[in-house]
Design a protein around this ligand. Sequence first.
Ligand SMILES: *[C@@H]1O[C@H](CO)[C@@H](O)[C@H](O)[C@H]1NC(C)=O
Ligand SMILES: *[C@@H]1O[C@H](CO)[C@@H](O)[C@H](O)[C@H]1NC(C)=O
Ligand SMILES: *[C@@H]1O[C@H](CO)[C@@H](O)[C@H](O)[C@H]1NC(C)=O
Ligand SMILES: *[C@@H]1O[C@H](CO)[C@@H](O)[C@H](O)[C@H]1NC(C)=O
Ligand SMILES: *[C@@H]1O[C@H](CO)[C@@H](O)[C@H](O)[C@H]1NC(C)=O
Ligand SMILES: *[C@@H]1O[C@H](CO)[C@@H](O)[C@H](O)[C@H]1NC(C)=O
Length: 261
Amino acid sequence: MVWKIIWPLQACKLFLVILSLPQGRTSSVLTVNGNTENYVLDTPSGVQASLECAVQNHIREEELLWYREDGRVDLKTGNNINTSSVCVSSISEKDNGVRFTCKLQSNQTVSVSVMLNVTFPPLLSGNGFQTVEEDSDVRLVCNVKSNPQAQMTWYKNNSTLILEKDRHQIQETTESFQLSITKVKKSDNGTYTCMASSSLKTETMDFHLVVLDKVPVVPIEPIIAACVVVFLTLGFGLLARRKRIMKLCMKKKDRNSDTAL
Ligand SMILES: *[C@@H]1O[C@H](CO)[C@@H](O)[C@H](O)[C@H]1NC(C)=O
Ligand SMILES: *[C@@H]1O[C@H](CO)[C@@H](O)[C@H](O)[C@H]1NC(C)=O
Ligand SMILES: *[C@@H]1O[C@H](CO)[C@@H](O)[C@H](O)[C@H]1NC(C)=O
Ligand SMILES: *[C@@H]1O[C@H](CO)[C@@H](O)[C@H](O)[C@H]1NC(C)=O
Ligand SMILES: *[C@@H]1O[C@H](CO)[C@@H](O)[C@H](O)[C@H]1NC(C)=O
Ligand SMILES: *[C@@H]1O[C@H](CO)[C@@H](O)[C@H](O)[C@H]1NC(C)=O
């Protein structure tokens, strides 16, 4: 009874093996560090990672290829037959998200990819010293890189910044944390601290904001207008008196001639 149930299964298996034989070989499989599927490698920055690719189920010598993203990795001779290792030395945050792929030279659709998930503490940068005139607008931009993503907060004078709805605005993207202040007041002067907290570390960066007195604007246009008015008034005044001035001159001449006579 039991035999009868098992027998058809074995017949099936045998049939499948026979079916695959005419193709010359069973399809080869690749593994990278033991993984047969694409996977994500979590790694801290600063360390090195070794990736070993191996071909399995093969009946002949197989050449292996390694790619970093779309670029071929140069492999030393011998390090590309049946097994192949690459070493990513001193992994940095720039390697985050980079994909390494091992491919079978004879059939490049057979491949296994590894994506690096490089974890690193928050890295902050920005313009730490800014001056702004009273009444104008200013934006403090705290650039942040962090994996895992950091929780961001603005502080002013060591206490949580109290946001004024109409004057303060906070914008957060994956790469920056920004504080915009409109119509800056003298009381906005001070040190603002950008704080980034991730599960790895808390980092801060100070942004010093100096609010300058509003420079009294010299009104150029009214001055020009006033000059024009004065000039025209003088001009018309001279024109109106020209006759009298000329008369005076002539009288003088007359008088002169009188005395000459
Ligand atoms: C690669 O594997 C094939 C098949 O197993 C074997 O014949 C060959 O010697 C191997 N070559 C090397 C360099 O390991
Ligand atoms: C390449 O490998 C894929 C996946 O194993 C397989 O489906 C395909 O038939 C192979 N192509 C050739 C030309 O061997
Ligand atoms: C990378 O690792 C971090 C920390 O372990 C994790 O939070 C994040 O989800 C991982 N990202 C990916 C794409 O796996
Ligand atoms: C903020 O606190 C730190 C340490 O707690 C101190 O050194 C610094 O002077 C303080 N800054 C201000 C503006 O209060
Ligand atoms: C805090 O900010 C105010 C302006 O709001 C400034 O006058 C003062 O010097 C800053 N420092 C401390 C320790 O309060
Ligand atoms: C304005 O802020 C700067 C930077 O924090 C600080 O050095 C300066 O003393 C402050 N000036 C006044 C008048 O509060």
